[in-house]
Design a protein around this ligand. Sequence first.
Ligand code: SF4
Ligand code: SF4
Length: 452
Amino acid sequence: MLTMHGGPAAYHVLAKPTGPICNLDCEYCFFLSKEQLYPGDRFRMADEMLETYIRQLLESHRTPDVTIAWQGGEPTMMGLDFFRRAMEIVEQYRRPGQIISHTIQTNGVLVDARWADFFKEHDFLVGLSIDGPEHIHDAYRVDKRGEGSFGRVMAGLEALQQRGVDVNVLCTVHAANAHAPLEVYRFFRDDLELRFMQFIPIVERATDELLTIANAGWGDSNKQARPLYVQAGNQVTDRTVGPADLGAFLIAIFDEWLANDVGEVFVQHFDSALANWHGEPGAVCVFSETCGLAVALEHNGDLYSCDHYVEPGYLLGNIAETPMIDLVASEQQVSFGRAKRDSLPAFCRGCEVRFACHGGCPKNRFTRTPDGEDGLNYLCPSYKAFFNHIDHPMRLMSQLLHQGRAPSDVSAMIAAEQAARFSAVGRNDACPCGSGLKYKKCHAVSDRSTSG
Ligand code: SF4
Ligand code: SF4
């Protein structure tokens, strides 16, 4: 049945069938503490709720494309039968012409050949959390005994790749890997042969009180209680990526990608940026003008404004009592989404890269602007540097798209521009690369060494 509602034509739900329950104990994970929201609960989505959710999701979409996205905690802890049942329900309620995409975000620990066969059969896009090579990955991604998870994740990846399942690596950027962008990127590209990547900054916002506990380590492994995490305070933990470090990380990867991998490797940040430069939809919520169309569904049907705001003040209602589309279209949720734009400080409103950044995610807006206004994003130094750095190649790629050409042609264009700039420079001139060194001490040396 096609519902005629006044809500959005399409929206995104991150469904958490195990709530926050996970088989790992990653030190930076904000989900794990959310167990305290449902004391004594078993944290398993019941069959009735599974059917209610999928039925409502399919009925309320007015676009042919619908994405069904599973997230945690760790969703594979529900077991394969839960997902097989989900597929049956999808077939039961799928409307003619509806195209269903399935995605799941997993830590990979439980993924084996059976799971991989299932994902392949139903054409899942599997988001796999890997933070880099073993010594980086295991810095924070540990199990309940405090032991690294790298080996088990690699076994899961191997099972997926053997069956040709589409894998998107989700890499968090934090204090333990921000200094190693190329090591991380090349590991994914060359060693793991992954072609889809997402880099998510870890910003653990904290109050003074939370900071004391968090910096001492709050995993089960050291028996430290993990307090309920809410978006509050203007401090950060020492695992948090530095305010300018995410920018430096992305710039290093962008330059490597631009020179070698456009059209071959897909990095969500870069695709999203191109959408904004090209003036088309497709930017991720963090870099969109408003948000609010990506809600989080708890195991019991409670719907929250966003996966980052699973906390009492952002509970919209329960989908067993109020249709999900009405909650998504509610004044509370619409205001939540508009606040992303309406609460921007003047510093952002006048920013040269606002069209690309839009102030970032509200959850990270807890610092002050240079003129003392509250509400600036903690990552602003990163965003300013990154978006200014990519401006020229993004403009070129947008032009190429307008001309009906492949964006990957940009690599040759940039290489030709650089060659022209370098050919006109004298040995004692400042190097055009901006290093501050004389050309003869900088690129003239590398040009000689690479020219044989
Ligand atoms: S609060 Fe942040 S993560 Fe959530 S929908 Fe808005 S921009 Fe996206
Ligand atoms: S770069 Fe900084 S000032 Fe500019 S829009 Fe983003 S957060 Fe605001």
